[in-house]
Design a protein around this ligand. Structure first.
Ligand code: PAF
Length: 253
């Protein structure tokens, strides 16, 4: 597995791959990897000749310095996980190279990014879309893999691809869950053992309860601070806080 920090080193290899007509599958991540990320890697490996992963904790998508600082980081473990998963190359870019323009240019979506998570995390999706646009430009991959746990993010990136005539196909992959039903997320690492068990109720209620109002009430009764429970695009979405950890999930209805 090759590891790059400088963009130009990756670009040389990318050009070589293109000359040999090898397809590239790309998985963008912010590290603190878990089985959910590995399922994206496995899908990329199945469908492409070469699997490329980026690890970059993107500062522009965090709403506070504190949240950015608290975001879990486990780079050594991440590298060994990716190596074991059979990834071909990883990019660990530095902030100066990614944001050489000091965020002078950014991508703003003015509709779907303003609801659900966007209503509670102002400018979050500007940061996500901007960094993904940059990473897609760097990777020049044939396919890019995104998890359905972040379904709103996936839809926005898929629409951005169409709006800007990008060539990389955006592929969604199912949410990977703990045996309890809890959606795997890097943020789960910040939950206590007790609250990790409790957090599994989210998935249970998303399925079991008849209305969004019932889901909200039941979560509040269980001690969650609920941001939203909404149904849109044939899915039921939730965001709720537990022990200062923000959890999101969604299911098809
Ligand atoms: O889902 C994530 O990990 C991030 O939002 C992404 C897509 C890597 C952009 O920073």
């Amino acid at each position: 597995m090759k590891t790059f920090e400088r963009l130009s080193d990756w670009v040389s290899l990318r050009q070589e791959l293109k000359q040999h007509n090898r397809t590239i599958g790309f998985v963008p991540t912010m590290g603190a990897l878990h089985e959910g990320h590995i399922s994206l890697v496995n899908q990329a490996k199945k469908e492409n000749d070469f699997t490329f992963v980026s690890i970059f904790v993107n500062p522009t998508q965090f709403n506070s310095k504190e949240d950015l600082e608290k975001y879990p980081r486990s780079i050594t473990e991440d590298i060994s996980l990716l190596n074991a998963a059979g990834v071909d190359a990883i990019l660990l870019p530095n902030e100066n190279e990614i944001y050489e323009d000091n965020f002078r240019f950014k991508i703003t979506e003015n509709k779907f990014s303003k609801i659900l998570c966007g209503a509670y995390r102002p400018d979050h999706f500007d940061g996500v879309l901007t960094v993904v646009m940059k990473l897609l430009g760097i990777a020049q991959a044939d396919r890019c893999y995104m998890g359905e746990k972040d379904f709103q993010q996936y839809l926005l990136i898929k629409d951005m691809r169409e709006s800007f005539f990008l060539k990389t196909k955006i592929i969604s992959c199912p949410t990977i869950r703990e045996s309890s039903g809890l959606a795997m997320s890097s943020r789960n690492e910040r939950l206590s053992t007790e609250n990790k068990v409790k957090a599994a109720i989210i998935y249970k209620y998303l399925h079991e309860k008849k209305t969004v109002a019932d889901v909200r009430q039941s979560l509040e009764d269980s001690g969650f601070k609920v941001e939203y429970v909404e149904e849109i695009y044939g899915r039921r979405f939730v965001a709720a806080w537990l022990e200062n950890v923000r959890l999101i999930d969604n299911v098809k209805i």
